[in-house]
Design a protein around this ligand. Sequence first.
Ligand code: ADQ
Length: 456
Amino acid sequence: MSRLVVVSNRLADPRKTAAGGLAVALGDALSVNGGLWFGWSGTIVEDGAPGEGEVHTQQAGNVTLATVDLCKEDHDSYYLGYSNGVLWPVFHYRLDLADFDAGYIGGYRRVNQLMARKLMPMLQPDDIIWVHDYHLIPFAAELRAMGCKNRIGFFLHIPLPPPLILAAIPQHEWLIRSLFAYDVLGFQTQYDVDHFSRYARKEVGAEALNEHEFRAFGRTVHAQAFPIGIDVDEFVALADGKEAREMFDRMAVEYSRRRLLLGVERLDYSKGLPHRLRAFRQLLRQYPENLGSSTLIQIASPSREALDTYSGLRQELESLCGSINGDFGELDWMPVRYIHRNVARKRLPGLYRVASVALVTPLRDGMNLVAKEFIAAQDPEDPGVLVLSRFAGAAEQLEEALLVNPYDTFGTAESIQQALQMPLAERQRRHQQLLARIREQDVHWWCRTYLEALTG
Ligand code: ADQ
């Protein structure tokens, strides 16, 4: 059996209890035959030379964790610049937020070359290589240029935009050409596959051999949707754990006279936080019975704070929360509780379970795992309702959620009201169907099906 090599920008130690479902699933796949997980160490060397970085290795059971340091110049142009200043906004349809500084692409290529150069000597001829996400699009092309003949797959965790939006990136042809160095391309949804297919056929004249196979640049690539899931059993067990139960009990007492609405995410402009707060404000205006009785808890953990677009968003959010609380709050009731921090993973299910409604309303999202975690954490006898943006990849699977258009403030407010008033039998029926769906395609299914496609 072949060894699995996973390559991603950051690594997680699969043995740590705080590791999420994705780290655990990849850790499981890596440990089947002993594996290697490779990526950036997270260390920025202030005065290091561009294109250079020390490699560190560490053993986690039968999995080797190997990481490379980056110098400041490389980190800033590869990670902050090209990955999060160009690819992240454009792939989330936010051309207005992209910073097409011509200097970033050099660093992006240099780091992909550096990582490929460091990985190459560690590879064995029959290793299967699985590369993750937008930071590493040209990784396989760099390995191929060094003579690598292994099977290499890629999974894009974020959306792939339609060809005309992609074309705003000056290097769009090079990016898509780089994808043809892989053997398998995995996307979150059928929309993303369709965008790839259209771009490949129209812009680079690729031949579609069948539904999944595309031929161009002398190579054939297999493109397919593999919607990522969560570890449902692990999450259900977590919901029954001590920390989650304590969280549930504390919140249930604290909010015994209120209905809780909950939002949990990284503070990112793709997550539609200001739009959500405006919809909540509209709910309070349009349905005054919620005054004094409904509270929105919004948890938004710090993310990419070195980028200006993120600090601007934080200010906007703080000001919106302040004005809603100022306009509607009472001495004994604040409509919004905004927390700019992480919640410990073990406590999160308790919070999900105490909420009557989850607001998962991104403007664009590859998948969105919070939506799936919320479903898994519910009490099937008395489940909460998921209000989900139609622009989250998860909407393709989770049809029994209340699907909303987050740009439509009035429509979203109406759906939130519908969620708050939904009769028990309808909540149970929807939850049962949603739970079955996330169980059927959980993170282990995702890992297995992807690797089956990659091993051929
Ligand atoms: P993200 O954009 O980070 O992931 P998401 O899929 O929701 O978004 O995953 C976030 C994870 O972090 C969840 O497990 C959640 O519980 C946790 N989390 C978020 N905020 C938290 C907080 N404040 N405190 C504690 N935990 C928090 C990217 C893509 C998604 C895609 C995933 C996986 O943007 O679309 O679903 O990768 O492919």
